[in-house]
Design a protein around this ligand. Structure first.
Ligand code: ATP
Ligand code: MG
Length: 689
């Protein structure tokens, strides 16, 4: 289709280029549309314009299903749509301000649909959702009950069992295939694993809990029924998916089920940024998308990059050109040229942190806010040294990826009590909650749960349960608390009561109770932003705030802070300045991933994703040695590193190479005296920082 004549282009689409506009204007009820294009080419932007255009054409926000990779991405998308809709008309601005009830991740949308359709598919609408850790605990319990943990030869650990189960579900593969492809060392256990998974499924059904994978699996099973598929499909006239390259078979399948002819379905993505195969994502989803439909989907490609300066793009193009199979062509940019990305050689982790801090402060001095800068890394623990340095220098930062708020023991405790109050059959939560009391251990907890299960459903008998004498008064208080949590109080009062009770237990449970108390208060604040307990629990489990001081936590909202993020969590985002830590073999590619060519290619795409986040400045840091922590058998040690293999010598002219600190003291003598001299030089400089 040719671009419409200029005078026919609505004002709100005037900022798009021809190909982008073409995609935004693709008929509201026309066949399926695929936008496949490289990083920073405006895919997400085009999607936002398309949503605004659909509104302009009369679409109802409630009929738009907008699937994004994270809640944060959904929020950002909605903000973009609102800005564009404001240019359409005041009425459309108001419409968009009202929000998009069905914007979110596949998992959170799945949870809402399942609750709504629960009665019709035999699921209790009060189901609770287990996060990965809860799921692993439940598998462990079942594994134990089946006697698998007592095998003479070591049976796979709970985390591995869950990973195998999850891979089979998400790739829609048979257990045998999954074992052979990804867990060959567990193949001998196939029959036992099958029995374990059956028992795990039965336990979940008996306890009315769903795990993450179930949210997709039940959704897929639900729409395998043609009548239900039609019903869900007709409710969403428009289905739009961002980052489609990171969806798995199950997700692609359920989209096809609700939109069999692809009418109203738009997906966008970049095969070169496919980085989630470890969660079962397959790049084939996007490559094969057009042919899934009859007639095939329309395909729009974009090749102009609006994000990065030409030198940054040239370096990123050079890296990804080494990939074996790639659909998108090289990107070009018309932005004024800038500095080449830097390859900065530093001595070790400490210098790496020193260099980053120096750069960040220098850029802030030059007028670049901290928020416009990010530090990226392959693995969450790579930033530990830097975090210490930032804290020492009083530079505020927020970290994405890695240990999540909800993984902290104390936050999990409070949520376990709340979940158990919501669903008394949820054994994993109950087991954790009961043992919070002094003098009550796993045996008593197990007995109480058995008693309650045998009795009528509900916790009515809770106060009567047999507990050790010393624990009785505390137990009564706890039982009253649980009863109160079930009452019809207005939210978030019940959580506040629970937080108060829990805080009174914390001194006993933790050495650092005070620090943890702040998190509990934070949790209460977050809770207050949800309409009720169930929404709070669901959303928090599915899309937890990334850090204790995340945006959900209000305090940092107006302040300036540096972003620290794993590459995976940096997907779709951009910053003016980006520093990548540990651009060395062993970290990127990770030494856990050098097994197959397939894995190596994914590591290369990760580097590409990291580099293409930068608008104006990009530093790749290459420590000459790095610290390896706690590896099996070898403990903590330094290893000598070399530059990542994805930047071979022939690409070096696309980078500016330098070392830091620029001047190294010349000292003859022992390594120790050299170290002293370097430290002294660093201290002298530090006095003036
Ligand atoms: P990624 O692959 O990283 O997800 P993307 O293809 O989704 O990137 P966007 O995030 O939509 O790209 O856009 C990248 C940047 O380019 C944004 O800052 C966006 O505002 C800008 N941009 C996109 N299209 C245009 C355009 N037509 N004119 C000017 N700027 C644009
Ligand atoms: Mg995007």
């Amino acid at each position: 289709m040719n671009a419409p004549a200029a005078h026919l282009v609505p004002d709100y689409l005037a900022g798009l280029n021809d190909a982008q506009r073409d995609a935004a204007l693709h008929g509201a009820d026309a066949g399926p549309l695929l936008v496949i294009a490289g990083a920073g080419s405006g895919k997400t932007n085009t999607l936002a314009h398309r949503v605004a255009h659909l509104l302009a054409e009369g679409a109802d926000p409630a009929q738009i299903l907008l699937l994004t990779f994270s809640r944060r991405a959904a929020d950002e998308m909605i903000r973009r749509v609102q800005r564009i809709a404001a240019k359409v008309s005041p009425r459309h601005a108001r419409l968009a301000q009202g929000g998009f009830p069905w914007a979110g991740t596949f998992h959170s949308v799945g949870a809402r649909l399942l609750r709504e359709f629960a009665g019709r598919i035999g699921v209790d609408p009060g189901f609770t959702i287990h996060d990965r850790e809860d799921s692993a605990d439940l598998i462990n319990l079942v594994r134990h009950e089946l006697g698998l943990s007592a095998k003479t030869r070591r049976f796979p650990m709970k985390g591995t069992c869950l990973a195998i189960y999850s891979a089979a579900v998400n790739t829609c593969g048979s257990l045998g295939e999954v074992l052979q492809a990804s867990f060959p060392w567990c193949s001998e256990w196939e029959a036992d694993l099958r029995a374990l998974f059956l028992a795990y499924v039965e336990a979940k059904q008996a306890q009315q809990v769903l795990d993450y994978d179930d949210l997709l699996l039940y959704w897929a099973q639900m729409v395998a029924d043609p009548a239900l598929a039609r019903e869900v499909g007709s409710r969403f006239r428009h289905v739009l998916v961002d980052e489609f390259q990171d969806t798995n078979r199950l997700q692609a399948g359920l989209l096809r089920a609700i939109k069999p002819d692809g009418r109203g379905l738009t997906v966008v993505g970049d095969d070169a940024q496919s980085i989630y195969s470890f969660r079962g994502a397959t790049v084939r989803n996007i490559l094969d998308f057009p042919q899934q439909f009859e007639p095939p989907a329309r395909r729009v490609t974009l090749d102009r990059n609006y994000r990065s300066t030409p030198p940054i793009l040239a370096a990123a193009n050079g890296v990804i050109a080494q990939a074996r199979e790639r659909f998108c062509k090289d990107l070009w940019s018309e932005r004024p040229s800038g500095e080449k990305p830097a390859l900065v050689s530093v001595r070790d982790d400490a210098d790496q942190a020193g260099y980053v801090v120096e750069q960040v402060l220098a850029r802030r001095e030059a007028g670049l806010r901290l928020k416009a800068q990010a530090v990226l890394f392959r693995a969450s623990h790579h930033s530990v040294r830097l975090e210490i340095e930032l804290t020492r220098r009083n530079i505020p930062f927020v970290k994405f990826g890695g240990l999540k708020f909800l993984e902290a023991a104390h936050v999990k405790d409070v949520l376990a009590v709340l979940r158990w109050a919501q669903n008394p059959r949820d054994r994993v939560s109950g087991f954790r909650a009961i043992q919070l009391l002094a003098g009550i251990g796993p045996k008593t907890a197990g007995r109480i749960l058995d008693n309650l299960q045998a009795a009528a459903p509900g916790c009515a008998l809770l106060a009567e349960q047999p507990v050790p004498d010393g624990a009785r008064p505390a137990w009564r208080e706890f039982a009253a608390l649980i009863a109160g949590l079930e009452s019809a109080d207005t939210w978030p009062a019940p959580l506040e009561r629970l937080a108060q009770w829990y805080e009174s237990q914390m001194e006993r449970l933790f050495d650092d109770a005070q620090v943890r108390q702040a998190d509990i208060q934070q949790l209460a604040r977050i809770a207050a932003t949800y309409p009720g307990r169930e929404r709070f629990l669901t959303e928090l489990t599915l899309d937890p705030p990334d850090a204790t001081s995340d945006e959900a936590g209000v305090p940092l909202r107006d302040e300036d802070y540096l972003i620290l993020s794993t590459i995976h969590s940096a997907k779709g985002r951009e910053w003016s300045a980006v520093s990548l830590l540990n651009a060395v073999d062993g970290c990127l590619p990770s030494d856990l991933a050098t097994g197959s060519e397939h894995e190596l290619e994914e590591e290369m795409r990760l580097l590409y994703v990291a580099m293409t986040r930068a608008r104006d400045h990009l530093d790749l840091i290459v420590p000459q040695r790095f610290y390896v922590t706690g590896q099996a058998g070898s403990g903590d040690r330094h290893v000598y590193a070399s530059r990542t293999r994805f930047i071979p010598n022939r690409l070096l002219d696309r980078f500016a190479s330098r070392s830091w600190p620029p001047v190294e003291p010349t000292v003859t003598g022992t390594p120790e005296s050299r170290q002293h001299a370097i430290d002294l030089a660093a201290r002298m400089r530090a006095m003036w920082r």
